[in-house]
Design a protein around this ligand. Sequence first.
Ligand code: SAM
Ligand code: SF4
Ligand code: F3S
Length: 455
Amino acid sequence: MELKKNPNLMNGKVFIKTFGCQMNEYDSNRIYESVSKIGLIKTEVFDEANCYILNTCHIRDKAKEKVYHEIGRVKKNFRQKKKPIVIIAGCVAQAENQEMIKREPYIDIVIGPQSYHKINDSILNYIRNKNKKEETDFETESKFDYFDKIKNKDSNVSSFLTIQEGCDKFCKFCVVPYTRGPEYSRSFNNIIYEAKQLIKNGSREITLLGQNVNAYLYKEKNNIFRLSDLIMSLDKMPELKRIRYTTSHPIDMTDDLIECYRKSKKLVPFIHLPIQSGSNKVLKLMNRKHTVEHYLSIYEKIKKINSDIEFSSDFIIGYPGETEKDFEETLSLIKKLKFINSYSFIFSPRPGTPASDFPLINENITKERLNKVQNELFNNQIRKNKITELKTVSVLVENKIKDQEKYFGRTECMTSVIFEGKKNIEGEIVQVFINKSNQNSLFGKIQFNHKIIAA
Ligand code: SAM
Ligand code: SF4
Ligand code: F3S
């Protein structure tokens, strides 16, 4: 019906550039599906689009400047052509709202992450009336009600599924509570329905997403559903092979969730659980609401269930107040827990957050500390990859590498594997004998009838 009203949009092409976290990737896919209803078709060719959407991230650094730089690129590209519709979505849109249109009149629509159910109307309104629009209300329910009505057509072997959005924790350094709003959990049944759709489309791995995914809590009549209920329901879906979830907060690692590592056959033996610092003093200054001891108790409970489960984390280095002693505590925690596939960032003051007013520590000291942390994390990774050499690992095959007789897949711990294999194995779990590794990847050859001896 909408198509008939808008013949001018038929064969229009939309290009989305996505920055930031997996939740933005999920949103971008859903936005593609939404705008297809008004005749905008997805393109991956920058030059041929007549609608640009920048799905932005505000978590660190010069996020805002990156967006204006990107708009400059679109402007330059279209100097000799008809101006495309330019839309700013995501967390910078939410944080900056109408200021963006004032500063850069080339922008036509600014839309925050909780208003994507209004994106089609905003585009149509702009086309008809040339009305510039800013939509930044917090109405998570309407966004997901709307997304639930559109089929999720994602057909990747590994797919994202957002189950929870927003944050009530207010760590002093973080913009998420301001850009994504309060914690909101989607309906249990709608998530299960979407998971079934994804599996029908060919997904064999589902990553349940949320800014605080393990804070998921959905109440319906007298029933309470948690992340553990979702995992155990997904576990029963025959064609699904792997389950992941990210990002979790240590304070919400409840016993029922930890028990899933014993009960579920499909939950991977790998958990991304950010600690941010190894110093209790710094954790308090950050308002993290957990201590190092609490984190260690979760680590031990999970390792007791299965000692092969690997941990990954995020670290903020050079947080205001971090002394050499605090930093050494972080370093020794990394050495002790041997985190793999982890992320470390220099503290970035974010406008509007309490920590943005705290006095910064010396830049050279911070950079030196970051180097030390990254070396330690890289060493953990190299060590982990090295011990996998001459062993056989279980790999979920994601795709064939273009123009080569090679395939790409991932281990249960998310490490990339490039290997020689037979045809039509996308979506299968295969055994790969690893003969070489570097810091980021494993290389090998598909095996048959081999016992798995490394995760
Ligand atoms: N909710 C997750 C948690 O509590 O662990 C984190 C989500 S946040 C989107 C991802 C990561 O960005 C954080 O774990 C933190 O390490 C990093 N981050 C957030 N704000 C930051 C800042 N102001 N400066 C540097 N890194 C930051
Ligand atoms: Fe940000 Fe803290 Fe919330 Fe994570 S828990 S999203 S770091 S405020
Ligand atoms: Fe960035 Fe927003 Fe995700 S700030 S990390 S896109 S929640």
